[in-house]
Design a protein around this ligand. Structure first.
Ligand code: THU
Length: 160
């Protein structure tokens, strides 16, 4: 038996002030997206903002449903909107944040497993890594250079 160690690199920023202006604006756009979430059941409003290679910013927010599993996360709402409006333009960055006044989360909120899989598919589709910025209601920000840092031992089309 051998052991394999899988490493992930995460950059940690104390707060928005440590980000570049462009990245700070992308995170602010994600916060704006979170304010437009439809989350009457969880009250957990998530926002995602994508930066495309052509400079466009595409927003997404979680859209819940009384039939709970039908809900779509903010990240996938944004990615599918971008893929529909600009199918040939790579996505360079995604910022994810929340508005959850009751929980008042001060640690970064990472994408769920399903969204990680979709972000990976998107990286492969455009042959481009996607930088991911994550924050809670406030506080420290995590950045990874690619979804590969959040999703080891990935499944992709090479197995099909
Ligand atoms: N949610 C997202 O929008 N993105 C994630 O990556 C995790 C979860 C949403 C789905 C649901 O509306 C609420 O957060 C609580 O799970």
């Amino acid at each position: 038996m051998k052991k394999k160690i899988i490493k992930a690199e995460v950059e940690v920023f104390e707060n928005e002030d440590e980000l570049s202006r462009n990245n700070r604006e992308l995170l602010a756009a994600a916060k704006d997206a979170a304010s437009r979430a439809y989350a009457p059941y969880s009250k957990f409003q998530v926002g995602a903002a994508l930066l495309l290679e052509n400079g466009e910013i595409i927003l997404g927010s979680n859209q819940e449903n009384a039939a709970y599993p039908v809900t779509i996360c903010a990240e996938r709402t944004a990615i599918f909107a971008a893929a529909t409006q600009f199918p040939d333009i790579p996505i360079l960055k995604i910022a994810i944040t929340i508005i959850s006044p009751e929980a008042n989360i001060n640690r970064p909120v990472p994408p769920c497993g399903s969204c990680r899989q979709v972000i990976y598919e998107t990286e492969l589709r455009y042959s481009k890594n996607i930088e991911i910025f994550m924050q809670g209601d406030h506080g420290i920000i995590y950045k990874v250079k690619s979804i590969k840092d959040l999703l080891p031992l990935l499944f992709d089309a090479s197995f099909l």
